[in-house]
Design a protein around this ligand. Structure first.
Ligand SMILES: Nc1ncnc2c1ncn2[C@@H]1O[C@H](COP(=O)(O)OP(=O)(O)OP(=O)(O)O)[C@@H](O)[C@H]1O
Length: 246
């Protein structure tokens, strides 16, 4: 059974497609990279998978997965850093899945939060306001929250952008751990060397799927060139699927 199945999925904004005619399946436990040029539709795809936007066409079959089974880390720019919350409370929101928004955090839960914070190397930062953290520290805190969310599908949008090498290494180890726990991980990435090294499967996106399969196949130079050309040729103002051109 697939964790996620896409059937001729078109996603977009105001009825303008941003990415279209996606067909494919992500198996449970897959470790999938989503790559492609700027504007290729990668973030849009993750938003569609998590259900933040509804497809304009086709359908996304999530099988038995409920909304709480899918965790989503948006791009750093989408997070409001001025929100007055400290590291502990931010990480503790990962428990909402179980406790509910007003469920309260008991002693055992507080220990779990502390454990998750330790797991990302942020012990001592519990009472720091998130606005005072470096980009890498904030990303560590957000990964700690994902640890607590305990979701079977984890979507990461450019999780390693503008992050130092040591933090990347530590967070990548968490991704590997999630993979070993048979969770499904889908990550939007720009670092092709990292994708080749750490992600067995790749979806190369350029407003539609250029390639989807084993990473070595999907990232062949001719495929990457094709992706760039396709993204550049895409007409953002086109009405809903004016052409079905392949
Ligand atoms: N909220 C929005 N409203 C209207 N159009 C949008 C919105 N978000 C994205 N788009 C458009 O959808 C297209 C795909 O954008 P998307 O952010 O999915 O690309 P991406 O592959 O994630 O790009 P990048 O690598 O630059 O993050 C772009 O043309 C973008 O301008």
């Amino acid at each position: 059974m697939s964790a996620l199945r896409l059937e001729d999925v078109t996603l977009g904004y105001d009825r303008h497609p941003a990415v279209h005619h996606l067909d494919g399946a992500v198996a449970p436990g897959a470790l999938l990279a989503v790559v492609g040029p700027n504007g290729a539709g990668k973030s849009t795809l993750l938003k569609g998978l998590v259900g933040a936007i509804e497809p304009i066409g086709g359908r996304i079959d999530r099988g038995a997965l409920g909304p709480r089974d899918i965790a989503y880390l948006p791009q750093a720019a989408e997070l409001d850093r001025s929100f007055p919350i400290d590291v502990f409370d931010l990480v503790a929101t990962g428990l909402w899945r179980r406790t509910g928004l007003f469920g309260g955090v008991g002693r055992a839960d507080r220990e779990r939060v502390a454990e998750a914070i330790a797991g990302v190397g942020l012990t001592g930062f519990e009472r720091r306001a998130i606005g005072t953290l470096s980009g890498g520290q904030l990303q560590r805190a957000l990964f700690a929250r994902l640890l607590l969310q305990d979701a079977s599908v984890i979507l990461l949008d450019e999780p390693f952008a503008a992050i130092d090498a040591k933090t990347v290494e530590d967070l990548l180890a968490l991704v590997a751990r999630w993979h070993s726990e048979r969770r499904t991980v889908i990550a939007v990435l720009h670092d092709m060397d990292m994708v080749r090294r750490a992600f067995p499967e790749t979806l190369l996106l350029a407003r539609r799927a250029v390639a989807w399969g084993p990473t070595a196949e999907a990232l062949k130079p001719e495929r990457l060139l094709e992706a760039r050309a396709m993204t550049e040729a895409f007409d953002d103002a086109a009405p809903f699927c004016s052409a079905n051109a392949a």
